[in-house]
Every structure is written in structure tokens, then in C-alpha cells.
Design a protein around this ligand. Structure first.
Ligand code: NAP
Length: 317
């Protein structure tokens, strides 16, 4: 099968078109013929070797954790799916090796759900990782409640886009940051206010908006931004990050902190599909490139030049 894979860590140039064997299906596995792969920042972090101390890797390594396609075969122990089902997946496995930048992938059923009926395969492929991350951060870690004030920096990013809408749906009062051209969409999705993080006074403006302090922060940016936003919380406010928790934030006994590393969850993918079908969760803009241009996709994402999400279209045989 056709894949885009790496034989070593490095820059976008290590991404190579490789013919690799089509995977065999285990008893508890599902073989998906992929039509599209979603591209996420974690893909270029894996390519750079940044997860090498955290999870086992094996080469040649097919990148990609997000995808959408059709079920072509199933092991005898699989229940709840049928041949030909259109599915979408967050396909992170214990070892990083067989990803979604490929014509086929085998996965266990916890990794997938039926794709939202109103989305194309390309659109469905950019949902799972980012939307599951938002879901787990908001409802498992922060346990956000109706009426609470919530700050989400990077509301136009992949994770931020879904988080902002999920939080608005749950009744939270959501405040966000984004580059000027992207702010209107976030207001249309129900954000109460959106600030430009390039403006040197934006932190003061946020403080003025909720002077008593925010109930919660969902940090999708990390670093100094995480430290600055932690200071805008009310006493005993909650901060959950999907980036490394900074020492200054963890040491602050005035607030509660959490970290989320997104895990596959079929039930949550089903809930997300329903929200999309009911038009309660909308997609950010989606840019599509052919699988063969995966290196260009990585360059664009690393340079921060993608508005919304990026997908790779996978050729049929
Ligand atoms: N732990 C986990 O499980 C997990 C899961 C998913 C993602 N992540 C990580 O979370 C981060 C975000 O992921 P993503 O998929 O949402 O990335 P993304 O789609 O590339 O979006 C990043 C967003 O960050 C915004 N941004 C950049 N610098 C900023 C700053 N100083 N202040 C405020 N916003 C800023 C950008 O805003 P503008 O476009 O408006 O300029 C952009 O929209 C990545 O590092 C990713 O690896 C972790």
C-alpha cells in the first residue's frame, strides 16, 4: 500500500513516499481503507523525535493519528460495526508505527466510530484528535459548568475551535484569543469576547473583562502564555493544559492544575458525531492537500500558516 513514512527523525524532508505491506487483521481488529488523514501538530513533533522518550516508536514509521475511511475487513471478535461502514478515527496505538498517512490501517474498535453523516471523509478526518482533546479537557479535567467564565487562548486553532463551541454549548461564558482575521468566527460561535494576543495590552483587557478572575482556563498554547493566563484565574480557579505544565503554574497553590494527553474513546467520538450532525459543533476551515504533499502540509502547519485544520486526501488503489 502507498504510505508517507519516515526512516529517521528530522525535518519535513524525511517524509518519504513508501510502499509498505497492507496490514493483516487480528481477531479484535478492524481494517479501514482510508480516504483521508488529518494533520495535527503532534505529527511534526513525532517526526522531529520529540515524543521518543515518552512512547515506543518503530521504523519505518507511518505518521498520522487522525483519519476517515471505510471498513474493509474485521476480526471475529469485533462487534457493533459492519463491512462498508464509513468511520472516523483517532488511531493512537501503544507503539508509534502504523499511522493514518496510508491507504490502510488496522485498529481496535475503541479507536473509531461511525463518521458524522453530514461530513465528507476529508472533513471527518480533521475532527477526532482535536475534538476529543477538547472534550476530555473540558468535561473530564476542568469539569466546566454552566455559567462559569472560561478562558480559551488560541480559539481559532484546531483544538481551540472545538473547545470554544463545546464550552458555549455547555452554557459556559467563553473568552478567547485569536489573530484579527479569525476573531469574527469565534464571536459567531458564541464567544463573549475575543482579543488579539499580538496586542501588548491584551492581558490587561482580559483582566478588566472579568476583574474577579476567571473560573477556568483551558490552555492550548503553553509556555509564557500559560503562566500569564494562570494569573487571571480567581482564587482556587482551575487551569488545564494540553502542553507541559510550567513550574511556576504547578507551584501556585492558589489554583488547581491539570494536564490532558488525549486518549482514544469510541463513545466520545459518537457523541461528537451527533453534535456535528445536529449542527451544534461546526468545523473550522479545512485545507486539503494530496497525501503526496505531506511534507508541504508539515511545513505549513509548523509555520503557523494554516487557518483551521489540514487534511491529506488519500488516493484509491
Ligand atoms: N496533550 C494533548 O493531548 C494534545 C492534543 C492536541 C494538541 N496538543 C498540542 O496543543 C497545541 C495546539 O494544538 P492545535 O491542534 O490546536 O494547534 P493549531 O491548530 O496549530 O492551533 C494553534 C493556535 O494557537 C494560536 N496561537 C499561537 N501562538 C499563540 C499565543 N501566543 N497566544 C494565543 N494563541 C496563540 C494560533 O492562533 P492564530 O491562528 O489566531 O494566530 C493557532 O490558532 C499544539 O502544541 C499541540 O501539539 C496536545
Amino acid at each position: 500500500m502507498r504510505t508517507i513514512a519516515i526512516k529517521q527523525f528530522g525535518g519535513p524532508e524525511v517524509l518519504e513516499a513508501m510502499e509498505l505491506p497492507k496490514p493483516l487483521v487480528g481477531n479484535d481488529e478492524i481494517l479501514i481503507r482510508l480516504h483521508a488523514a488529518g494533520v495535527n501538530p503532534v505529527d511534526f513533533k513525532i517526526r522531529q523525535g520529540l515524543l521518543a522518550t515518552r512512547l515506543p516508536h518503530a521504523f519505518p514509521l507511518i505518521l498520522g493519528w487522525d483519519g476517515a475511511g471505510e471498513i474493509e475487513a474485521m476480526g471475529a471478535k469485533v462487534t457493533g460495526f459492519s463491512l462498508g461502514d464509513a468511520v472516523y478515527t483517532y488511531g493512537r496505538k501503544a507503539t508509534i508505527q502504523a499511522g493514518t498517512y496510508a491507504q490502510y490501517i488496522t485498529l481496535q474498535q475503541e479507536h473509531l466510530a461511525l463518521k458524522p453523516k453530514n461530513l465528507s471523509f476529508v472533513e471527518a478526518a480533521v475532527v477526532p484528535l482535536a475534538a476529543l482533546t477538547a472534550y476530555q479537557a473540558l468535561f473530564e479535567s476542568l469539569q466546566i459548568r454552566s455559567g462559569e467564565t472560561l478562558l480559551i487562548p488560541g480559539g481559532a486553532g484546531g483544538v481551540g475551535s472545538y473547545a470554544l463551541q463545546l464550552a458555549v454549548n455547555s452554557g459556559a461564558r467563553v473568552f478567547s484569543t485569536a489573530s484579527p482575521a479569525k476573531q469574527k468566527t469565534l464571536l459567531d460561535w458564541g464567544a463573549e469576547a475575543v482579543w488579539d494576543y499580538h496586542d501588548k495590552n491584551y492581558l490587561e483587557a482580559m483582566h478588566q473583562a472579568v476583574p474577579g478572575g476567571f473560573d477556568a482556563v483551558f490552555d492550548t498554547v503553553g509556555g509564557d502564555t500559560q503562566i500569564a493566563l494562570s494569573k487571571l484565574l480567581k482564587p482556587q480557579g482551575r487551569l488545564t493544559s494540553i502542553l507541559t505544565l510550567q513550574d511556576k503554574v504547578q507551584e501556585n497553590t492558589e489554583i488547581q492544575t491539570g494536564y490532558v494527553f488525549v486518549r482514544p474513546d469510541s463513545e466520545q467520538l459518537k457523541k461528537i458525531a451527533t453534535l456535528i450532525e445536529e449542527k451544534k459543533l461546526r468545523l473550522p476551515p479545512v485545507t486539503t492537500l494530496p497525501l503526496s504533499e505531506a511534507a508541504e502540509a508539515h511545513r505549513l502547519l509548523e509555520a503557523g500558516e494554516v487557518h483551521g485544520k489540514l487534511a491529506l486526501e488519500i488516493p484509491t488503489l
